[in-house]
Design a protein around this ligand. Structure first.
Ligand code: ATP
Ligand code: LTN
Length: 338
């Protein structure tokens, strides 16, 4: 099988939508893993703004959020010289490949996507075709760069499975065109739950601001939200299914401090939830503080960020074209006459 090796490294692709402000769930479930993996792979980290417009957006607000998100990738520690950090909309190959892959994806497959069902229920007044084919665009993102690995939170696994199915289907017809990507799910950050309803994932589009910790929340807000977090009446810090609220707080505490659950259980044995919540809040504040400071500094440096946007769009475009040309040829589009 021919795998396109970029600079001899394996390839990683991931992306986030510029809808709403990033939450602790996004950070612990995705961004943090991106950092761990970025040394081992040639990485593409995209601000997936094409995906964002499947929900109606205010144009100025979308532009602002997209830039903040790109800046945040860098503030989180991703080196923009080594990693390709760019806007999806700056590389037209995403949309072009998505069209081709649409013709290799079945309605029945897309109908089964739980994210589509959730979003369609939430936005019943705007169930557009883009929302339905969203996972195909995601498959195009990944396959365009011949990604070997895709770090995501657990909620995206179904989309990854679809990506693999579509890639295999295409390869079965045309030969080994696409690398079949593997998902990478981090351990405890895989699914951070809402602080107000531990049955739901923490989400940046939750209407209740107390349900999510935003990466830009100040320390007082973080502490207040953890104090109000929904728990139970068991009054013991134990990692078990019957206590989903506490499990969630333990997950957060564990990823932020690097300490295993057994140690946390020992530390808080016989102590109340109040103390535990304060400790979790403080651990989160310690993680967010340096991130917020770097974000502020970078935001002031317009020329630096503009340079990254320009260079990385060119770099991503170069690799995207390589795959796209190959795919266009395989499906039978005529060569351009130059
Ligand atoms: P939205 O509410 O707009 O759907 P979201 O908060 O679910 O957004 P996405 O942009 O869909 O965030 O996801 C970005 C990345 O963060 C994905 O890899 C996703 O799996 C991960 N992620 C999102 N929420 C969580 C969470 N609560 N726990 C762990 N990972 C998460
Ligand atoms: N669908 C993802 C965002 C996303 C993505 C991708 C993630 C778009 N394209 C490619 C990984 C790889 C989401 O909603 N979190």
């Amino acid at each position: 099988m021919e795998i396109i090796m970029i600079d001899g490294n394996k390839v990683l692709f991931s992306g986030m939508q510029a809808t709403g402000s990033l939450t602790l769930g996004n950070y612990l479930g995705a961004l943090k893993n991106w950092l761990t993996l970025s040394d081992e792979y040639m990485c593409f980290y995209s601000v997936v703004d094409l995906h964002s417009i499947t929900i109606r957006q205010d144009p100025a607000e979308l532009r602002r959020r997209a830039r903040n998100l790109l800046t945040l990738y860098i503030a989180a520690g991703l080196d923009p010289e080594k990693n390709c950090i760019y806007y999806q909309s700056h590389v037209s190959g995403h949309a072009e490949l998505a069209w081709i892959l649409n013709c290799f994806t079945y309605m029945g497959e897309l109908n089964r996507m739980t994210q589509y069902k959730d979003k369609a229920a939430k936005h019943a007044d705007n169930i557009n075709a883009g929302l339905f084919t969203y996972p195909v665009l995601m498959a195009a993102d990944i396959l365009l760069y011949q990604a070997d690995v895709v770090p995501v939170g657990r909620d995206q696994l179904q989309h990854l499975e679809l990506t693999r199915d579509v890639a295999q289907r295409f390869n079965a017809v045309y030969g080994d065109v696409f690398t079949i990507p593997e998902p990478y799910i981090g351990k405890s950050g895989a699914s951070i739950k809402s602080l107000q309803d531990p049955a739901k994932k923490m989400s940046k589009s939750d209407e209740n601001p107390n349900a999510s910790i935003y990466l830009m929340d100040d320390p007082d807000t973080v502490m207040r939200k953890f104090k109000r977090a929904v728990t139970d009446s068991e009054a013991c810090v134990r990692y078990r299914e019957e206590q989903p609220g506490i499990m969630n707080l333990m997950n957060i505490y564990s990823v932020c401090t690097g300490r295993p659950n057994e140690e946390i259980e020992r530390e808080f044995d016989g102590r109340g939830y109040g103390e535990f919540k304060t400790a979790v809040g403080e651990a989160v504040v310690d993680v967010l503080k340096p991130l917020q400071e770097r974000f502020e500094d970078l935001s002031k440096n317009k020329d630096y960020i503009d340079g990254i946007i320009k260079n990385n769009a060119e770099k991503a475009g170069y690799y995207a074209q390589k795959t796209l040309r190959k795919v266009q040829k395989k499906v039978g589009f005529p060569e351009k006459i130059r």
